[in-house]
Ligand binder design. Sequence first.
Ligand SMILES: O=C(O)COP(=O)(O)O
Ligand SMILES: [Mg+2]
Length: 235
Amino acid sequence: MTAPLVIFDLDGTLIDTAPDLVASLNHTIAAADLEPVTYADLTHLVGQGARVMIRRAFELREQPLSDEAAEPLLQRFLAHYKAEMPGASRPYPGLIEAMERLEEAGMRLAVCTNKLEELAIPLIGKLGLSDRFVTVTGGDTFPVRKPDAGHLLGTIEKAGARPEATVMIGDSINDILAARNAGIPSIAVTFGYSDVPVEDLQPDHVMTHFSELTGELVRRLLSRETQAPALTVPA
Ligand SMILES: O=C(O)COP(=O)(O)O
Ligand SMILES: [Mg+2]
């Protein structure tokens, strides 16, 4: 039997990257004389990677952005973000202990993020987390990205795991929809960058702190089909 796999989203789930995303985005859009964005704005901008984040910032400020103008702005963002990395970004409280618990329970861990690989992989490395994950896939690893099921299924395949034995943990609609599209259980964290209450996304479980993440919880979510008959009311 293959070991269960727990897949984590990155921004807003594993790592609190918001201050650095806001700083690099504001550095980027300042070149086009756009007003800086705030943390509250970020919840509407983040989720589909840097290119989309820049485009959404222009939409927020009701400014046009041509494809030709977007490319140098993306390069400006990447250069700034890479130069500062890891900046103020830190793992969320309790993450390391939670990962250790899952490893001790015989589970394997992976990352599935819409962040570009060239940002995600070094960031995880600089925070000393690389050895924890069997694979890290980014928004540009496959032809599709979250919420497309292909991103999660591709991550599962790279990890040598099976969809039936995988749980997804994330902070946004992209993560919960990707899990639903791939037919795997999802855990939504409340401490990330969702622009709606995560309960509204109807994940299989809601988590307010990593202290709640145990092997027992993962196993319970994986066996939900077998649990379902026990919940039916006898005639
Ligand atoms: O950087 C983004 O826009 C999204 O990244 P995430 O998928 O790790 O949340
Ligand atoms: Mg996220």
